[in-house]
Write a protein that binds this ligand. Sequence first.
Ligand code: F6R
Length: 369
Amino acid sequence: DKGGWSSFMAKEVSEEPEAVANTVRGRIHDGRIRVPELDGLDDLFRDIDRVVILACGTAYYSGLVGKYAIEKWARIPVDVELAHEFRYRDPILSPSTLVVSISQSGETMDTLMAVKEAARLGAKTLSICNTQGATIPRESDAIVYTHAGPEVAVASTKAFVAQITALYLLALHVGDVRGTLADDVAIEAVAQLEALPDKIQWILDNEQERIEQLARWMADTRSVLFLGRHVGFPIALEGALKLKEISYIHAEGFAAGELKHGPIALIEPGQPVFVVVPSPRGSITMHQKVVSNIEEIRARGARVIAIAEQGDSAVLPSADEVLRIPLASPLFEPLLAVVPLHIFAMGLATAKGLDVDQPRNLAKSVTVE
Ligand code: F6R
């Protein structure tokens, strides 16, 4: 039931605030993150020396974001791998490796086979999944469910924000167990998690219409590029995938720092480029670098659509459009910056008259390898 929405995707994007709130619910105890499903695993979390994240598609991008949080808060090195690439590479794992799989459906065959291979090689496996009782969680040693609710549209949206949320909960839980998480950092993270749903709602309430209008203006666009840095990089990849998937437009996401190593050659007059701008309150250097990326591509004629926090005026002189997101600590920005990109992909596909829920050639759950 679309509940009055024009599509399941529109409904599911509107549910992104709840997807985060419901995933956090019940996992805060005495002001700290404590995931009850992980009780009893303290020894395991203290013993591991490596995390390998396995997933496909959008779930893989959530894993790329999760790497930053796990390394920062739990101080464990993290590799993030496409499940199908991992599986056939004779991977090196040990009992001190924790393999974290991420899957909305819990039935993705590529991810399932990779998890089975990891278990066979002696690693402990933990599943982040949105579907109760699905095959991947059943094959795993531990489970952290995302509570995004059923996702019907083929393109994943609310599950993506719930996956990042679950990875952050895992990072904070494990960081607490390992003693790598300072009190003030833990308290701040809880406050940030609790504030996210309202901030996502702000974007839906205040920017959605403008983004949809932008998408209508761009209905004839043949190619869109996405740039991001740090946690904004996986968001650029996600923005590009969503656009390809449902509007059939060529789209690529790049790490902003890679620009001068190749992709800048693609910039010609009129080329639309979305740029996820990191907050200057995080790293001023990183912010300045991304602002100068914007200047470089603008000088070559790119049409720049910046996604930047409220009040960031450094982007104003060279961006053609600025889509605003509320202020958040740097690690929490991806959960906000992705929202305009989901709205944009949906808006553009709608402007082209396409079925956003059932894109051609794709299935919701990919149960063949
Ligand atoms: C993109 C999308 C796919 C899935 C991928 C993994 O919008 O929906 O890329 O993210 O097929 O699916 P799950 O998470 O079910 O394993």
